[in-house]
Design a protein around this ligand. Sequence first.
Ligand SMILES: CC(C)(COP(=O)(O)OP(=O)(O)OC[C@H]1O[C@@H](n2cnc3c(N)ncnc32)[C@H](O)[C@@H]1OP(=O)(O)O)[C@@H](O)C(=O)NCCC(=O)NCCS
Length: 209
Amino acid sequence: MLLRLLTPLIRAVLRLPIVARQRWQWARDEVDVAPGSFVARTAVLGKRVRVTVPAYIDPCEIGPYSIIGRVVIRSANHYTEYLNIQEMAQRKVIGGKTMLKPMQRPIRIGAGCWVGDNVTILEGVEIGDGAIVGAGSVVTKSVPAYAVAVGNPARVIRHRYPEEIVELLEPVDWWSWSDEKLRANKDLFELDLANVDPEVLRKRLAELD
Ligand SMILES: CC(C)(COP(=O)(O)OP(=O)(O)OC[C@H]1O[C@@H](n2cnc3c(N)ncnc32)[C@H](O)[C@@H]1OP(=O)(O)O)[C@@H](O)C(=O)NCCC(=O)NCCS
C-alpha cells in the first residue's frame, strides 16, 4: 500500500532532471508550449515551435518553426489479438505479456509545418517540411513536404506550391538560419511561392550563401 502511494512520487523525482533538461532546451530555443499540454519527456521540439493550445504529445520529433494546434500525437499501440487490451490490468493483475506494442517508427513532423486543431497523428507518420494538416484530421499515413492534407483518414487535397517550386525549395533549410540571415533575406519570405516564376525563385535562391 505504502509502495503504491510512494511510486508516483519516486517516479516524479526520477523524471525531474530529464524534464528540467527539456524545459531548459525549450527556453533556449524559444519553444512555446500552451499550459495544460502533456509533452513526453523524450519528445523533441525544434526551435520556435509553437503549441498554441493544450495538446497531448507522445514521443516524437517536431521540426523548427512548426505551429501545432490542439493535437493528439499518439505513438503507442496496444496488441489487439488478446482477450485483455489494457496494459495496467495485464501488468498489475493478470501478469505475463505486455499489451503495449513496441514502437515501430517514430512520429516525425517536419520544419515549418502547420497542424490544425483537433488533429490526431498516429504511430509512424512522417509529415514533410512545410506541410499543412487541416483541422479535425486523423493522420494515418505520411504526408509529403509542402502538401495540404485533410480528413479522416487524412488525404492530400493539394500542394502548397507547384512541383517545380517544391523541388527548388528542397535544399532550402531556412529554419536552421540565424536570425540575421532570416532578416537579411526578408524578401524571400514575401514571395508568393504559389504563383512565382520558377526562374525568379531559382535566381534568388542562387544568391543565398
Ligand atoms: C486545410 C486548411 C488550411 C484549408 O486548406 P485549403 O487548401 O485552403 O482548403 P479549402 O478551404 O480551399 O478547401 C478545399 C476542400 O477541402 C475541404 N476541407 C478544408 N479543410 C478541411 C478540413 N480541415 N477537414 C476536411 N475537409 C476540409 C473543403 O471543404 C473543400 O472541399 P470541397 O473541395 O469538396 O469543397 C483549413 O481548412 C484548415 O483546416 N485550417 C486549420 C485551422 C485550425 O485548426 N487553426 C488552428 C490554429 S493553430
